[in-house]
Ligand binder design. Sequence first.
Ligand SMILES: C[S@@+](CC[C@H](N)C(=O)[O-])C[C@H]1O[C@@H](n2cnc3c(N)ncnc32)[C@H](O)[C@@H]1O
Length: 482
Amino acid sequence: MSVFPKISLRAEVEQHLSDVFKNEELLAEMGDTEAQRRFEDLLSLLSHPPAFTCVRASTHLAPLETIRDRLLEELRERQVDWPEQSDVPILTHPQLPDVLLLPVLGPRPVPPRKSEVIVGAQCGNAVLRGAHVFAPGILSTPPYMKAGDVVSVFSDVEGRCTRGAKGFQGKKAFLGNGVAEMSRDGIFCSEESVRGVAVRMVDPVYRSPCFDRVLPSLLFLQNLPSVVVGHVLGPCPGERILDMCAAPGGKTTHIAALMGGQGEVIALDKIARKMEHICQNAQSLQLDCVRAYRFDSIRAVSGEQSANPDNPHGGPPFPPESFDRVLLDAPCSGLGQRPNMCCPWSLRELTSYQPLQRKLFRAAVQLLKTGGTLVYSTCTVTLAENEEQVAWALSTFPCLSLQPQEPHVGGKGMPGAGLSHDQLQLLQRFTPEREMSEASAGCDLNPDAPCSVDLTKEDLSDLLQRANGDTIGFFIAKFLKS
Ligand SMILES: C[S@@+](CC[C@H](N)C(=O)[O-])C[C@H]1O[C@@H](n2cnc3c(N)ncnc32)[C@H](O)[C@@H]1O
């Protein structure tokens, strides 16, 4: 089996999601058969990678065209690895001026070899999105594997393989073939922790360029809906902006770039070890208006109306109404992430996020200035963490109103939380099964015949439609506080 036919979920979770995706309001809108078909498409698409690799270009440092040309040059230099890489088109996006899109080619028919390397599910997901296999991701290799051996790479989708095993008979998904750059002993028997590429993928089931160390100051790998969030927030130079759940800093750095480095972006995250990623990313993208603090954002509102005397450097907690704009990219069940072949969570775990998100939302509303903008986003597909949160927010905070989003490239909100037709239109839900039903599959790139860079207008429009639709699952709501 190349890639799992659909995401594997616990029965109780699948039943819960089925109820959500076939709720009464939704059934009234599209009928039973269509709702069922969309739900099945969703489960199937979640186990596969999105159709495009999206990179955010540092347009605060160089024009988009220059960055695209530099990327093309880089890919041509890597031709030795994959000759067809230089023939893959690099698309720009008409509504996202800092985005470059590269089609992911696959699934390709790749014959598996006898020698098997097993990698952890997270590592496997990265391989399906173009990465090589790094040593820490490897769980099992053949007993005598040496550098130069050709191996087949499999993902341990259920997390059952023990590190250092010499074989594995559990559920595994084939990801493609590669060449070992390290021996088994080099990976498992070293006294220090081993880093670096252990298997270079030469014939992957899904082909997409590896962006490891490619133009690090000019490119940032980011899912398309996440780039949309930065634009929807609409930061302006000179403003003071709060990113409440910021690590690893993808959206923080985007916000800072959109402000041209002028103003202040305060980035908070609760987890200490993640803070260095925010700082490293800001540094590598040459953005010095980011201030990152380890802090629980639920407690980020200070009691006083004046600046916090305990923190002369302007860190948290902050007085109410301190920020022009607030981004709450909330911790969530992450069910929109792709590819994801297996989610082992119980129903209780899956549904545990709503209360935490509401506590964070309360702090966000307090910290936002009157007249300011609040954007709430998640990378999940459930109703409880998305539309239901919007309905709750609108009834709990009369000062909030939903706002149109610019750009709006995703679909509308999902019925089921009692929101009106007009309110749903103001929400942006990225849900890959929408692509299957609404977009034309007109310009499918044949995985084995490299696509010419000269595309017709129609091909380009089909590809962009696909890039907007076949993304990770994601949700965005924009509010004004008055
Ligand atoms: C969806 S991720 C954020 C991704 C980030 N916005 C980006 O674009 O790179 C959610 C983050 O929220 C953080 N988090 C969870 N609870 C938090 C809290 N109470 N206060 C601050 N951060 C929190 C997690 O550590 C995690 O890094």
